[in-house]
Design a protein around this ligand. Structure first.
Ligand code: NAD
Ligand code: DAU
Length: 350
């Protein structure tokens, strides 16, 4: 493997994957393609941007011509596809953008790979990064496995489910060497502050209300982002073509319990009396179609490829809090302008 395309590498998970690949594989040429939407931020990659095996191209994956041209120029051996619209609340207010990027954008990449690799698929790989949300919502028991039926319930998860189906269709129809993984909720440094954990860290720091949807009883399975990146590295190199691998933290938390733990850590890190931050918890109108529970069975990935998460949740959460407190400038650069407008639309009128 020589030339690797990573899409969405300026985003949260993508930037951790780019960093891992650039540092671990100096003999690979890593090209990061990203449209730099509101969620894409090259500041996430300042530590590796001058490495000789790293390159960046600002391209929108909905632009089929530009995508094909890039493939023709660079002769990629592998693709790790993370670029997507990723926030459920935004998909509720603006579904079309999710259809365009997540479905059409993925098809553009599949077509370009197929065109370039048609003569010789040997040693090639198209790796599509997906989410556990395609499986829908769990009741009190059970786990999502790789054979759980798809049942997406938000425009975001429906668009990701659709792209997963298309990736599989290109495997069966055209023999494209694909692999897919479906991961649970990630957390860690560089996550855009629209998501629950960084939004709450920022609000607690600024003594603003922490908005909890509904009664805070929804459950998510949290995984530290670097553990997701290490799973992606393993699956990209050792996963089997045509297979799906579920990735999860075996770490289920009710939102309200997670926020109480976060408040405790924030009180300790900010030197506030115990209980101060929890007073900011505010219950707000529920998310439309809010999935009740996600929980992943990662045993296939663990047994087949030997992956396991490295961090305990409280340790990972404290590391994340410290990162946000030490990187206020990173946050300040995001919090103004466009994001402020989104925040007011999403939370201002509740
Ligand atoms: P993110 O929103 O932080 O980053 C997405 C990146 O994609 C940004 O850099 C953005 O600029 C880029 N992008 C968006 N539209 C684009 C377009 N049309 N062309 C080119 N680039 C575009 O997302 P994330 O949380 O890092 O998620 C990355 C991937 O992982 C997504 O595919 C998401 O579905 C999946 N995923 C995320 C999680 C999670 O908890 N965040 C969990 C499982 C799977
Ligand atoms: O499960 C994987 C998915 O996790 C990824 O595919 C998505 O890209 C990612 O955004 C994430 O989706 P969620 O909707 O689970 O993440 P979010 O951080 O938006 O919300 C986590 C939980 O917290 C969810 O139950 C909704 C709730 N929540 C969220 C926000 C933003 C609140 O209670 N208040 C909030 O302000």
């Amino acid at each position: 493997m020589k030339n690797i395309l990573i899409t969405g590498g300026a985003g949260f998970i993508g930037s951790h994957v780019v960093r891992l690949m650039v540092n671990k594989y100096p003999h690979y040429n890593i090209l990061n393609l990203d449209a730099l939407t509101y969620a894409g931020n090259l500041e996430n990659l300042t530590d590796i941007e001058h490495k000789p095996n790293y390159q960046f191209e600002k391209i929108d994956i909905t632009d089929a011509k530009m995508v094909s041209r890039l493939f023709a120029t660079h002769k990629f051996d592998g693709v790790i596809h993370l670029a997507a619209e990723s926030h459920v609340d935004r998909s509720i207010s603006n579904p079309l953008e999710f259809i365009n990027t997540n479905i059409l954008g993925t098809v553009n990449l599949l077509n370009a790979a197929r065109m370039e690799w048609n003569g010789n698929m040997e040693g090639k790989r198209f790796y599509h990064i997906s989410t556990d949300e395609v499986y829908g919502s769990l009741g009190e028991t059970g786990l999502f496995t790789e054979t759980t039926s798809y049942d997406p319930r938000s425009p975001y998860s429906a668009s990701k489910a659709s792209s997963d189906h298309l990736v599989r269709a290109y495997f069966h129809t055209y023999g494209l060497p694909v692999v897919i993984s479906n991961c649970s909720n990630n957390y860690g440094p560089n996550q855009f502050p629209e998501k629950l954990i960084p939004l709450s860290i920022n609000n607690i720091k600024n003594n603003k209300p922490i908005p909890i949807y509904g009664k805070g009883e929804n459950i998510r399975d949290w995984l530290f982002v670097e553990d997701h990146a290490s799973a992606i590295d393993l699956i990209f190199h050792n996963g089997r073509n045509g297979e799906t691998y579920n990735i999860g933290g075996n770490n289920e938390w009710k939102n309200i319990d997670l926020i109480h733990l976060l408040c405790k850590i924030m009180d300790e890190e900010l030197g506030r009396p115990a209980g101060t931050s929890a007073q900011l918890i505010t219950f707000v109108k529920d998310r439309a179609g809010h999935d009740q529970r996600y929980a992943i069975d990662s045993s296939k990935l663990m047994n087949e490829l030997g992956w396991k998460p490295s961090l305990q949740f409280e340790e990972g959460l404290r590391k994340t809090v410290k990162w946000y407190l030490q990187n206020q400038q990173w946050l300040n650069n995001i919090l103004s302008g466009q994001y402020e407008q989104y925040y007011n639309e999403q939370y201002g009128t509740r």
